[in-house]
Write a protein that binds this ligand. Structure first.
Ligand SMILES: Cc1ncc(COP(=O)(O)O)c(C=O)c1O
Length: 389
């Protein structure tokens, strides 16, 4: 009704401004409208007043030319052509389907090997963790474990927290997070921006200290919170089983020979490996860990000295390799300068793991190695290694 009124008004405006539009102008107008089928609105932008008149409509006053009548046959502006809520995407819809990047220059020593990294920073929360956070929240909603009005509480070194905070804001839940005080400043600021309540635990206790604190808070007030427990929740690895693994399979046209990923909660490695092994049992799946209990690979766990996540299955990996923090830092810089890729330390560590695997192959062995780049370097720019290594 209003739209109709607006249209009538625009006709009037046009008539007032151009009482008798010169023939040449009408000709040009007609050409423009034919040109891209979108009409002058798209040529001069929506700000243009009378040019904004939808195509195929006669100029006011009934000056219809044959040309205009022809145009009028193909409606280019249809009202209600899409139902409300079907145009555009929600932030939730943008999770997953990340690009698979081909690394062109950092692996010249291995001419028979193709290296690929799944650029998980393309998720709206900036990391791989959007996937499991969404899956755990959706599963909990379906099972009734998460009810409207409850607060989501978990322990996280940062990325999962950002994912919870973003998704919860989009879905209307509150979030409380326990995280080591040593987590990067960038992460803390992002969490606060999404409105999350933060509980800091001692930095030297790492993610384990945060897990213990989360459990204490739940025990004190059990009904108040939904505790996804990303370390013990099968929804974590299921997210990767359902999405990440199938994307890798499709993006490599089934050519993948090796899958390599770092272990944190282990959700990525466990979920992707389970699915890839179903698709082709010959794919070698190799897990990576830091080479020491005290390390700089945010998001990774040194399993021998950490609380082992409930969802971790040590039998899944064909091999398990160790990566040093210093090597990862060096590769962060190389990837930025040689590939134009701003990787996080854990993404660079995953790439370092790919090089270890490539080095173990026979001289003529061909391989298509895929790893996960969990996030980009943007949240680590204030770290000292940029000036040191
Ligand atoms: C930066 C980063 N790298 C790697 C990982 C490990 O992924 P997952 O927890 O699925 O094992 C995480 C997990 O938090 C992470 O934040």
């Amino acid at each position: 009704m209003n739209t109709q009124k607006g249209r009538v008004n625009r006709h009037r405006t046009f008539q007032t401004l151009v009482p008798a539009a010169p023939a040449r102008f009408i000709e040009v107008y007609a050409k423009l409208t034919e040109y891209n089928g979108a009409g002058p609105a798209s040529i001069c932008g929506r700000g243009c007043s009378f040019f904004g008149e939808p195509l195929g409509r006669p100029f006011g006053g009934g000056q219809r030319t044959t040309r205009h009548m022809n145009i009028a046959k193909k409606p280019l502006w249809t009202e209600a052509s899409a139902a409300p809520g079907t145009i555009g995407k929600s932030v939730i819809d943008c999770i997953g389907n990340t690009p698979l990047l081909r690394l062109e220059r950092v692996g010249p020593n291995y001419p028979n090997v193709e290296f690929y990294g799944k650029a998980e920073w393309f998720n709206p929360g900036g990391s791989v963790k959007d996937r499991p956070a969404l899956e755990m929240i959706r599963e909990a909603e379906s099972s009734g474990q998460l009810k409207p009005g409850q607060t989501i509480l978990d322990a996280t070194s940062g990325n999962t927290g950002i994912a919870y905070a973003m998704i919860a804001a989009a879905l209307g839940y509150r979030v409380k997070l326990c995280l080591p005080a040593s987590a990067s400043e960038e992460r803390k600021k992002i969490l606060k921006a999404f409105g999350a309540e933060l509980v800091f635990t001692p930095g030297d206790e790492g993610s384990d200290g945060a897990i213990l604190r989360a459990r204490e808070i739940i025990a004190a007030e059990p009904g108040k919170y939904f505790y996804p427990d990303q370390y013990g929740n099968p929804g974590n690895w299921r997210a990767h089983y359902k999405t990440t693994a199938n994307e890798i399979w499709e993006q490599t046209a089934g050519r993948i020979t090796h899958f390599i990923a770092g272990l944190g909660t282990s959700g990525t490695f466990v979920g992707v490996t389970r699915r890839l092994k179903e698709l082709n049992p010959a794919i070698r799946c190799i897990s990576l860990q830091p080479d020491a209990s005290f390390h700089g690979l945010e998001g990774w766990k040194h399993m021998a000295t950490a609380i082992v996540p409930g969802i971790y299955d040590a039998k899944l990996a064909d091999a398990n390799l160790e990566v040093g923090t210093e090597e990862a830092y060096r590769l962060v810089k190389r990837a930025a300068r040689e590939e134009g890729l701003l990787l996080s330390p854990s993404a660079a560590a995953a790439l370092e793991g790919c090089f270890q695997v490539a080095a173990s192959l026979g001289p003529d062995e061909r391989a298509v190695i895929v790893t996960i780049f969990p996030d980009s370097g943007t949240k680590y720019l204030s770290e000292r290694f940029w000036d040191e290594v």
